[in-house]
Design a protein around this ligand. Structure first.
Ligand code: SME
Length: 149
């Protein structure tokens, strides 16, 4: 549940950074982890037919490599779409990172139309994320694409 003001402030701050590549993506995770409701945030890079966890803020997870098609993260890639999951307990294709997680959002990062990775956030409350969060993460994804390497 991000407000339009929080979204524009976060994007303005992140845009000031001169970092690129993995350092920029790690910075983006740090900024996102400060947003209320973002209890775990990570960036997964697509490597062939697997997602690899490149950077995260929050508790360590077992899911550092996720095959395309598996879980919310892998199915976002195979279905070529973002995912906003209000209640993970109702999700059949789901990999649990923490028993505390109640909701999740995944937004794809694309370069020249190709999926190159994704931003994943988990929340400890049901329906922690909405369309405004998806929009903010899409803004972050665009910055990541511009500063990919
Ligand atoms: N829940 C994800 C796995 C990643 S963790 O949330 C960190 C999924 O179902 O793919």
């Amino acid at each position: 549940m991000t407000t339009p003001q929080q979204r524009s402030e976060l994007i303005a701050e992140l845009s000031k950074s001169e970092l690129r590549g993995p350092e920029f993506r790690a910075l983006a995770m740090t900024y996102l982890s400060d947003v209320s409701g973002y209890d775990w945030v990570g960036f997964y890079r697509l490597d062939g037919d697997e997602l690899m966890l490149e950077s995260f803020v929050g508790e360590p997870t077992d899911h550092v490599r996720i095959p395309v098609g598996t879980g919310v993260c892998g199915s976002a890639v195979s279905e070529n779409r973002n995912k906003v999951i209000d209640d993970v307990s109702r999700e059949t294709n789901y990999l649990s990172c923490s028993a505390k997680t109640k909701s999740e959002i995944v937004v794809l990062v694309r370069r020249e139309g190709q999926i190159v990775g994704q931003i994943d956030a988990d929340g400890h409350t049901v329906a922690a994320f909405d369309g405004e969060d998806e929009g903010m993460l899409q803004d972050v994804a665009r910055l990541m694409a511009e500063r990919w390497a």
